[in-house]
Design a protein around this ligand. Structure first.
Ligand SMILES: [Zn+2]
Length: 764
């Protein structure tokens, strides 16, 4: 059953109140408990979870992604063993056993699939998700994928103390490259817990009680939680699965998965099928009962045996969205992992199969086992012509070895041998343009070598299109991993035959750069740091100290968009563009007039903005607060202002670039001088005061309007001595110059308001 969304309010409250439904004595998973705590402690967590859910919903809504889960994808894992006692310091073998359990359960290679009730087998899933023990540590050095930390803590609670050295544990390795699994002595009844996508990086991962890790005999601890399925359950949470009943009991919530019937609450022990009533039963009655044997219930390890298709889709969507960086991780590039492909998995009795080694990590020896086949074993890398002479269903096992290390993969029920037919099957053969390409690349297939076929049916796991009936189709691969290509051809009489081949799609790294943009108002160096790939190429070279490496220093003189492309395992990322903006703003202006003479002028000053062209915003202050706030400021580019009082006015222009380039500003000031002019000056300016002749010889005549009430006119020499003076009569003054030596003189016209002075020349 599916609901629209998880009830955040419900889970936020259910662990803070007293009404905890679980029986305290029963071992439990603390994932809901730590998530409820995180919802209260981390204000951003709920939004991140909802973003992740939305991304998953978008991913699953795209039909092209439906086949994602059929592609094999591998998640690097590091185990952090935090121990005080020898028993807590579990063996490498126990951890390797846990890896095998995870890989069997997530691929549905587990031996107990036969315990899955018939009613649920059609929805049981091979999720395509695999796990590898990291062989490269965060510094690029070799690692066993296991860290061991001696602690003084007798036990740990769910407060994440095991995830920091300061609290007796060890810090997480980068969660974008590794699944961190801490193994320690969890106190109380807690078997393990995990954080779903969206948790802070320092606590993201899975925690397991040391007794639950791996399966017997590598796990020496008592049943019923000694088969490694606590990890299967918790990694399910880490990939965004909820418990079958959701995060609140009593049919008030569900797990957002359509093919897990909604049930009331958890099951314990190993119930007898079917469970139709009670707290472990269904919310809506059905004869099949609840799916208590799902890995996301609470039953004993040996009682659980399936994920569903819907759960597989959700986990694959999480890997392709919020945890996508793991697909490009190189942490397992040296890890030995057995893998193989049969040329056909369904044949007629008496015919043969070829096997292709797909192991990774540089195996040097191969040991094959073909129950039901002849020969039944092989030590060559790619054994061919294994004949199956008995109708039945058979497993295949490959063990690969490098140095003293080995790794084994068994695929149960892999080969189906059918009764013979009198109708001859076609001889299927095809070629492909490549067997290994980068994410986003295409491969073209050619079936022209097939004989005896009348129809073709291609299947491309992880490819688009996912199927084709064309003879020579072209497929684009957007999903990293190892994918099967199957061509099923049918003869004219109706007998089919199939041929499988493998293609490996290498993940395109996702590069991020810090900072994503740099804006500065003066040129200067900025450090750009890229992550997400193993090598980088930067361009343009102008302004960069180097064009390779994860860290470069950019110091461009002008704004430059730098581009970086990262490469991992030969596959290049999409380009990432980092704008480095250098915005030098220069404020400047002219004023006309710069000197204002009142009242001859009306006081209007026109300002012409000559700032640099990148200045888009102009803030003026005319230094004239008496004119009022509105009049004293302006945001126009070329404003005017009217001055009405004498004085010195400091005009300020702040020129600013736009906000995209960082609001760079520059300030320019200029002083406007405003003079108040006397009536004498005004009369002189108007031509109503006359001084003549100039140069003068015998006399100098001055005419002034009687309205100016001039009291005296003086003639002053260059050293300030008054050499002649006279009061005007009827607006006229006549100064006799007989006694004056030749040279420069000043005529000073005086009234009660003040005076004006004008220069004249006297000829001897
Ligand atoms: Zn759980």
């Amino acid at each position: 059953m599916r609901k629209t969304f998880t009830l955040w309010a419900v889970i936020g409250s259910m662990f803070t109140g007293a009404a905890i439904a679980q029986t305290p004595a029963r071992p439990k998973c603390a994932t809901d408990e730590v998530e409820a705590r995180l919802l209260q402690a981390d204000p951003g967590y709920q939004a991140r979870r909802q973003e992740n859910e939305a991304a998953i919903a978008r991913f699953l809504a795209n039909p092209a992604n439906k086949r994602q889960m059929q592609a094999t994808k591998t998640i690097p894992v590091v185990f952090h063993v935090v121990y005080k006692t020898a028993a807590e310091n579990i063996s490498d073998a126990q951890i390797l056993s846990q890896l095998e359990v995870l890989n069997r359960d997530f691929r549905r290679f587990n031996a107990d699939t036969t315990n899955t009730p018939q009613a649920f087998r059609s929805v049981s899933a091979d999720t395509g998700i695999e796990f590898c023990l990291a062989s490269v540590d965060p510094n690029g050095a070799p690692t066993t994928g296991i860290t061991r930390t001696l602690t003084t803590a007798n036990s740990f609670t769910t407060n994440d103390d095991m995830k920091a050295a300061a609290t007796g544990g060890i810090a997480a390795w980068p969660r974008d490259q590794y699944l961190n699994i801490w193994v320690c002595n969890l106190s109380g009844t807690t078997l393990g817990y995990a954080y779903k996508p969206g948790a802070p990086a320092n606590i993201d991962g899975v925690v397991l009680r040391y007794t639950t890790v791996g399966a017997a005999p590598a796990n020496p601890f008592p049943a019923p939680y000694n088969a490694g399925r606590t990890a299967t359950h918790e990694v399910g949470h880490w990939l965004n699965l909820s418990h079958i009943w959701g995060q609140a009991p009593g049919c008030t919530d569900d797990d957002l998965v359509a093919d897990t019937p909604q049930q009331v609450e958890e099951n314990w022990g190993c119930p007898t099928y079917p469970v139709t009533t009670g707290t472990g039963g269904l919310c809506t009655a059905a004869p099949t009962g609840s799916m208590f044997m799902n890995y996301m219930d609470y039953v004993d390890d040996n009682c659980m045996n399936l994920f569903t298709q819907g759960q597989g889709s959700r986990m694959n969507a999480a890997i392709s969205t919020s945890r996508a960086s793991l697909l490009a991780s190189t942490a397992c590039q040296n890890t030995l992992m057995a893998n193989f492909l049969a040329s056909s998995t369904s044949i007629q009795v008496g015919t043969s199969i070829n096997f292709t080694d797909l192991s990774t990590g540089g195996a040097t020896a191969w040991s094959w086992s073909f129950p039901g086949g002849t020969p039944a074993t092989s030590t060559v890398q790619n054994p061919g012509n294994i004949v199956y002479n008995t109708v039945g269903v058979y497993p295949v096992t490959l063990t690969v070895t490098k140095g003293g290390v080995s790794n084994t993969r068994t695929i149960p029920n892999y080969i189906t041998v059918n009764p013979s037919s009198t109708c001859a099957p076609p001889a299927v053969s095809f070629t492909q343009t490549s067997t290994s390409v980068c994410q986003g690349d295409t491969i073209t297939y050619n079936s022209s070598a097939t004989t005896g076929a009348t129809t073709f049916q291609w299947t491309f796991t992880g490819g688009t299109p996912a199927t084709s009936t064309a003879a020579n189709p072209t497929v684009i691969y957007n999903t990293p991993g190892t994918h099967n290509v199957t061509l099923k051809a049918t003869s004219g009489c109706g007998t089919p035959a199939t041929l499988n081949k493998a293609v490996t799609i290498t993940a395109m790294p996702t590069v991020s750069v810090t900072p994503t943009i740099s804006s500065r108002c003066t040129p200067g160096p900025v450090t750009l740091t890229a992550s997400g790939a193993t090598s980088y190429s930067w361009s343009p070279a102008t302004g960069l100290n180097t064009t390779t490496g994860s860290t470069v220093t950019a110091n461009p003189s002008v704004s430059t968009n730098y581009t970086v492309i990262g490469t991992t395992n030969g596959c290049a990322s999409d380009p990432v563009i980092i704008p480095v903006n250098v915005t030098v703003v220069q404020a400047n202006f002219t004023a006309n007039p710069a000197v204002v003479n009142l009242p001859a002028s009306n006081g209007l000053v026109t300002f012409t903005n000559t700032s640099s062209s990148n200045a888009l915003f102009h803030n003026w202050n005319f230094g004239d607060p008496q004119s009022g706030q509105t009049n004293n400021t302006s945001t126009l580019k070329n404003p005017t202002h009217t001055y009405t009082q004498a004085g010195s006015y400091t005009v300020t222009l702040i020129a600013t670039s736009n906000s995209v380039t960082g609001n760079c500003s520059n300030t320019k000031t200029f002083v406007i001088q405003v003079n108040t002019v006397s009536g004498l000056q005004k009369a002189f300016d108007a031509g109503n005061i006359k001084i003549y002749p100039n140069p003068a010889k015998d006399y100098l005549r001055v005419e002034v309007p009687e309205t100016e009430k001039v009291t005296e006119v003086q003639l002053i020499n260059t050293i300030g001595q008054v050499v002649a003076r006279q009061k005007p009569a009827a607006g006229q003054v006549r100064l006799t110059l007989n006694q004056a030596a030749g040279g420069i003189y000043f005529v000073k016209i005086i009234n009660a308001e003040g005076s004006i002075t004008r220069k004249v020349s006297v000829i001897p």
